[in-house]
Design a protein around this ligand. Structure first.
Ligand SMILES: NC(=O)c1ccc[n+]([C@@H]2O[C@H](COP(=O)([O-])OP(=O)(O)OC[C@H]3O[C@@H](n4cnc5c(N)ncnc54)[C@H](O)[C@@H]3O)[C@@H](O)[C@H]2O)c1
Length: 368
């Protein structure tokens, strides 16, 4: 039998369980170790998953030094992504790092440079990339059907969805809503149009709900954003209007929208569409007639027999494993997600300073 892939998990909290659940469904993968800074936590995690032979450590460094591995999942909280990722890459391991990429842009730069220097894969965990609906939108936009896209806006948002746990503490998560769900919106909007380079950001982040005991049980200790909005200028004359919310007095902050010179795509948001088979609309002009079409979902033919067939989280973890085995580039490359990180970092800085800021990506990391 061919050698199994040897994988370790760094940070054995909440999302590590989802990584483990996926890895455990693969016959060609073995979880050989785990690390968590909380004493005993990695051992308890591995035991819970019935892996007595997997080795547990209380630091990423010890895991990396003592266990032979092909790759690791880094599942630490946001402010602790950079250290373990760079350490693993320097040790010659491939890395799947959870989203958001990091807290600061500088950390993201360090991570991407470590991947390049060591010729190892750094992929970032944005599993919605594997959603059939999302892929369908990406394909339509990338086909050129809607022409040159000059305006994008993010949509969705939660009415009452502050998640708690380590997500609401700045020393651990860095960002609040922005790092939790905002980075997904940025990826959805920007990946579809090839991630144009962000140039400037003017943003405002607020915490009116997290800081109010009427809406959040631990308001005293809440110290991150629960809402943010931004105007982002990108290369090539693209405007990106970003907004995202953990809590608000509305059903939605609005639709997700791409406007192109030959057409537009909208993802309808709001409660009334929650159960619709598709919320995606395509707008075009054909010989002076204005045409509005419904983009039907494409569901794999056997999805009705096995609901796990459309498991986007499992798909992301599988793709990481296959990329290692096939010696392929990172499925969701660190270099690309650095632009996502640059936007998050810009939103944070601009909001703190109360004015527009420039985004400076080093020359060697600007994507050609
Ligand atoms: N892709 C998704 O759907 C998804 C969902 C939830 C969370 N996440 C992301 O996963 C990450 C972790 O979130 P979580 O909810 O699991 O957090 P968590 O706090 O439950 O778990 C993080 C764990 O990392 C450990 N840790 C921290 N620093 C460490 C270090 N240097 N070395 C080893 N262990 C360390 C902590 O002790 C903790 O057990 C975050 O970046 C979050 O944004 C992704």
């Amino acid at each position: 039998m061919a050698k199994k892939l040897r994988i370790g998990i760094i940070g054995t909290g909440g999302i590590a369980g989802a990584h483990m659940k996926a890895y455990k469904t693969f016959d060609d993968v073995e979880i050989v170790g785990g690390a968590d800074i909380v004493p005993g936590k990695a051992r308890a995690f591995l035991d819970r998953w019935e892996l007595p032979d997997a080795k547990a450590f209380e630091s990423a460094e010890d895991l990396i030094k003592n266990v032979e591995m092909d790759g690791v999942s880094v599942c630490t909280y946001n402010t602790q992504h950079c250290g373990p990722v760079v350490m693993a890459l320097n040790a010659g391991l491939h890395v799947q790092c959870e989203k958001p990429m990091s807290f600061t842009l500088d950390e993201g730069i360090e991570m991407v440079r470590a991947a390049k220097r060591n010729n190892r894969m750094l992929t970032i965990g944005f599993q919605p990339r594997y959603s059939p609906v999302r892929q369908s939108i990406d394909r339509i936009i990338q086909s050129g059907e809607i022409g040159k896209v000059y305006y994008v806006q993010s949509g969705g948002g939660r009415r009452n969805g502050i998640p708690g746990s380590t997500f609401v503490h700045a020393d651990k998560a860095g960002y609040g809503c922005l790092g939790d769900i905002g980075c997904y919106s940025i990826d959805e909007c920007m990946h579809a149009i090839g991630y144009p380079r962000p140039l400037t950001v003017s943003a405002m982040a607020t915490d009116y709900f997290g800081k109010n005991p009427k809406y959040w049980k631990d308001a005293e200790n809440f110290d991150v954003d629960d809402f943010s909005t931004a105007f982002i200028r990108c290369e090539g004359g693209v405007t990106f209007i970003f907004r995202q919310s953990w809590a608000m007095h509305a059903d939605s902050i609005g639709d997700t929208l791409w406007l192109g010179t030959e057409g537009g795509i909208k993802i309808l948001n709001g409660f009334q569409y929650a159960n619709a088979p598709t919320r995606v609309r395509l707008f075009r002009d054909i010989e002076g007639s204005q045409i509005d079409s419904v983009v039907q979902p494409i569901i794999p033919f056997d999805a009705y027999e096995d609901p796990n067939k459309v498991d986007i989280f499992r798909a992301k973890v599988r793709d990481f494993c296959d990329a290692i085995k096939e010696n392929r580039p990172a499925p969701i490359p660190g270099e690309e997600i650095l632009y996502n990180q640059a936007i998050c970092d810009g939103i944070y800085r601009s909001s703190k300073l109360g004015k527009e800021v420039e985004i400076n990506i080093p020359e060697d990391l600007i994507r050609k």
